[in-house]
Ligand binder design. Structure first.
Ligand SMILES: Nc1ncnc2c1ncn2[C@@H]1O[C@H](COP(=O)(O)OP(=O)(O)OP(=O)(O)O)[C@@H](O)[C@H]1O
Ligand SMILES: [Mg+2]
Length: 114
C-alpha cells in the first residue's frame, strides 16, 4: 500500500514506512503523535479508491502537521489478491477526494417547504 498504491493514487494519509521486509512481517514506520480525536479522523478526506485502513481514532496519529493512518495494509491472502486487482483496475491518476462525513449544511434541505 505504501510502495505501490500510494504512488499510483497519491494518497496523503498514510504514515510513512521506513522499512518493510518483502512479506510485511517487519514494518518500521515513523512515529506519529497520539492521540488524535475521532472527530479529527472523521473530518479526514476519504479517497476513491480509498486506503485500506482501520477507522478508529486509536489507529491514527499526527505527523508533520497532518493526520495519518497507522494501521493500514492488505490482510489475508485472498484480500490481497482481490484488493490488488481492484486497485489495478483504476487509471494511473490521483484518487478523488470526498468529505468523509458530509456536514448537514452542505446538503440541500429537502424537508424545507420552499
Ligand atoms: N507509527 C506509529 N506511530 C505511533 N503509534 C503507533 C504507530 N504504529 C502503531 N502505533 C500504535 O500502536 C497501536 C497498535 O498498532 P497496530 O494497530 O498497527 O498493530 P496491530 O498489530 O493491528 O495491533 P492491535 O491488534 O492492537 O490493533 C496503534 O493503535 C497505535 O496506538
Ligand atoms: Mg490494529
Amino acid at each position: 500500500m505504501w510502495t505501490t498504491w500510494r504512488l499510483k493514487f497519491q494518497w496523503e494519509t498514510l504514515c510513512p514506512v521506513i522499512y518493510a521486509d518483502r512479506f510485511g512481517l517487519v514494518v518500521i514506520m515513523r512515529r506519529a503523535e497520539q492521540p488524535v480525536s475521532q472527530a479529527v479522523v472523521d473530518d479526514l478526506p476519504c479517497y476513491y479508491p480509498d486506503i485500506t485502513a482501520e477507522t478508529k481514532h486509536a489507529d491514527f496519529g499526527a505527523l508533520d502537521g497532518r493526520v495519518v493512518a497507522l494501521d493500514y495494509g492488505l490482510p489475508l491472502a485472498q484480500a490481497v489478491t482481490d484488493k490488488r486487482r481492484y486497485y489495478a483496475g483504476f487509471a494511473n491518476m490521483p484518487a478523488q477526494q470526498f468529505p468523509r462525513s458530509p456536514r448537514s449544511d452542505a446538503w440541500p434541505d429537502t424537508d424545507s417547504p420552499d
